[in-house]
Design a protein around this ligand. Structure first.
Ligand code: 5AD
Ligand code: SF4
Length: 470
C-alpha cells in the first residue's frame, strides 16, 4: 500500500454477469493499491464505468453518464474534496477506444476487458498525467495475473459467486457484436478454474455459476493435460467439498455435447436450470441469424435434455423484429415458446449494431411492429413464468439462504431454479442450505416455511439416477 489515505473506488456495472464478475476483479486489483470499494460515487477517488455494448444506444448512455460524472467531479474539486480519476472499461471501451477520449475529455483511462490485471499500472500512468487507452487483445494471461481476493473479501460478497471460465465467441450470429468486441473464444485452463473454485468454497461460497459468452463452447487444457469440455470440468468441480450448487451461462444449442448431457444426468450439484437461447422459432430467421440450427433441432435437443434431467427448467433469449421477420415468422417464435415452455426468459427488440451483418440488411422491421410483437411475446413468457412458480406451491425444495429480506426476521434464499424464496429465519442461517415447503407465490418470488436442514458435506454429490437415458 503506497498511500496511507484510504482511497475509494466506485464501479458502476452495466450489462451481463460477466461484467459483475469483472467488476469484482477490478476491485481485487485495486485493493493492492489501497482502494476500498464505495457505493457512493460522490466520495470516490476513482470512478469506473464497466460498460456493455450488446444492445442499442450503449455508447450514448455512457456519454451521458460521463456528462453527469464531470459535473460531480468539478463540484468535488471546487469543494476541496480532492481529485476524481475516471475510467471507462468493458465492451464499449473495447469497441470505441480512442473515440471515447475524443468525445469525453473528462475520461482519464479507457481500458478493455483484457487489461484488468494491469489496472494498477494504468492508474499510475493516469496519475502521472497520461490519458490512457488500453484495448489490446491478450498478449498475456489476464487471469493468471489477477490478484486473488482475501478470504474475508470473498466471504463478504456472499455465498453465491460467478466464475468466468471462457471469454469471446466464434459463432458470429449476424446480429451480435460479441465476436467483434470480445474476440475469439478463449478458455481458461482447468487447473486455474479448479483452484479458484476451491478458494471460493473455502470462503463459504456454495453456489457457483460458471460464465462465458459461449460457456458451453469451453475447451480448456484439462488437469490431465488433455482438452476438457464443459461437461468434464463440471464433473471435476462437483468433487470440491462444500460446492453444493453449480450452474453455467450462457450457452449455445450447438455446443450441448454428450458429456455435458451426462453432467446434467449424473450430477446432483448441477442445478436443474438451463439458459439456452433460441432467439427465434422461424427456420428462415434462424438461418439469417446464422444460428446453425433449426426449430426442430432445438426442440429435439430440449427433449434429450429433459430426458437426462426431468426436473430441468429452461430459460432463453428471444429477439423480435430481426430484419425480414414476417408475421408468420413471429408466430413460429410464439409456437416454439408454447412448445418448449420456459421458466423465465429475456426478450428484446432487434437493434442494429454497427459492424454486424444484419445491420446492413435493407429489410428492417418497423418500430411499432417490433413493439407489438415484443408485447405479445412477453405476455406469453410472463404467463409461463407465473405458471412455473405456481407449480412449486405445495412442494418442498432445497434453498440456499443468501441474504436478509425486507421484513424483520426474514431471509431470502435461492431455489435450484433461480427463484427467490422468502422464509422466516435468523440471520445466522445465511449460507445454510435448508429444505422448505412452498406456501404461496408473490409477483416475483415465492414464500415458504423451513421444514428441515440439509447436510451436504458428507454425501457424494454424484448420484446415478436410474432409468434415465440420453
Ligand atoms: N439486438 C437485440 N438483441 C440482441 N442480443 C444480442 N444482440 C442483439 C441485438 N443486436 C440479445 C440476444 C442475446 C442476448 C445476450 O442479447 O438475445 O442472446
Ligand atoms: Fe453473440 Fe451469443 Fe451468438 Fe456468440 S452465440 S455471436 S455471443 S449471440
Amino acid at each position: 500500500m503506497t498511500n496511507p489515505k484510504d482511497k475509494k473506488v466506485f464501479v458502476k456495472t452495466y450489462g451481463c454477469q460477466m461484467n459483475v464478475y469483472d467488476s469484482d476483479r477490478m476491485a481485487d486489483a485495486l485493493a493492492t493499491k489501497g482502494y476500498a470499494p464505495t457505493q457512493e460515487m460522490e466520495e470516490a477517488d476513482l470512478v469506473i464505468l464497466n460498460t456493455c455494448h450488446i444492445r442499442e444506444k450503449a455508447a450514448e448512455k455512457v456519454y451521458s453518464e460521463l456528462g453527469r460524472i464531470r459535473k460531480m467531479r468539478d463540484a468535488k474539486k471546487e469543494k476541496g474534496d480532492g481529485e476524481m480519476t475516471i475510467g471507462v472499461a468493458g465492451c464499449v471501451a473495447q469497441a470505441e477506444g480512442e473515440e471515447i477520449m475524443r468525445r469525453a475529455p473528462v475520461v482519464d483511462m479507457v481500458f478493455g476487458p483484457q487489461s484488468y490485471h494491469r489496472l494498477p499500472e494504468l492508474l499510475d500512468r493516469a496519475h502521472n498525467g497520461s490519458r490512457v487507452v488500453e484495448t489490446d487483445f491478450p498478449v498475456e494471461d489476464k487471469f493468471a495475473n489477477l490478484p486473488k481476493a482475501k478470504k474475508e473479501v470473498t466471504r463478504k460478497r456472499g455465498v453465491s459467486s460467478f466464475l468466468t471460465v471462457q471469454e469471446g465467441c466464434d459463432k458470429f450470429c449476424t446480429f451480435c457484436v460479441v465476436p467483434y468486441t470480445r474476440g475469439a473464444e478463449a478458455s481458461r485452463p482447468a487447473h486455474q478454474i479448479i483452484a479458484e473454485a476451491e478458494r471460493l468454497a473455502d470462503a463459504g461460497v456454495r453456489d457457483i455459476t460458471l460464465l462465458g459468452q459461449n460457456v458451453n463452447g469451453y475447451h480448456g487444457e484439462g488437469a490431465d493435460g488433455k482438452d476438457w469440455g464443459l461437461g468434464k470440468l463440471l464433473f471435476r468441480l462437483a468433487e470440491i467439498p462444500g460446492l453444493d450448487r453449480l450452474r453455467y451461462t450462457t450457452s449455445h444449442p450447438r455446443d450441448m455435447d454428450e458429456e455435458l448431457l451426462a453432467a446434467h444426468r449424473d450430477l446432483d450439484s448441477l442445478m436443474p436450470y438451463l439458459h439456452l437461447p433460441v432467439q427465434s422459432g422461424s427456420d428462415k430467421i434462424l438461418k439469417a441469424m446464422n444460428r446453425q440450427h433449426s426449430y426442430d433441432d432445438y426442440v429435439r435437443l430440449i427433449d434429450v435434455i429433459r430426458d437426462a434431467r426431468p426436473d430441468i427448467a429452461l430459460s432463453g433469449d428471444f429477439i423480435v423484429g430481426f430484419p425480414g421477420e414476417t408475421d408468420e415468422d413471429f408466430e413460429q417464435t410464439m409456437r416454439i415458446v408454447r412448445e418448449v415452455t420456459y421458466a423465465s426468459a429475456y426478450s428484446f427488440k432487434y437493434s442494429p449494431r454497427p459492424g454486424t451483418p444484419a445491420a446492413d440488411n435493407p429489410d428492417q422491421v418497423a418500430e411499432e411492429v417490433k413493439s407489438e410483437r415484443l408485447y405479445r411475446l412477453q405476455e406469453l413468457l410472463n404467463q409461463q413464468q407465473t405458471d412455473f412458480n405456481a407449480s412449486k406451491v405445495g412442494t418442498t425444495m432445497t434453498l440456499l439462504l443468501e441474504r436478509k429480506g425486507r421484513d424483520e426476521g426474514q431471509l431470502v434464499g435461492k431455489s435450484p431454479w433461480l427463484q427467490a424464496v422468502h422464509v422466516q429465519a435468523p440471520e445466522e442461517m445465511i449460507g445454510e442450505i435448508v429444505t422448505v415447503h412452498i406456501d404461496n407465490i408473490g409477483t416475483n418470488s415465492l414464500f415458504g416455511t423451513i421444514t428441515g436442514g440439509h447436510s451436504t458435506m458428507d454425501r457424494s454429490k454424484i448420484s446415478h439416477r436410474e432409468g434415465i437415458n440420453t
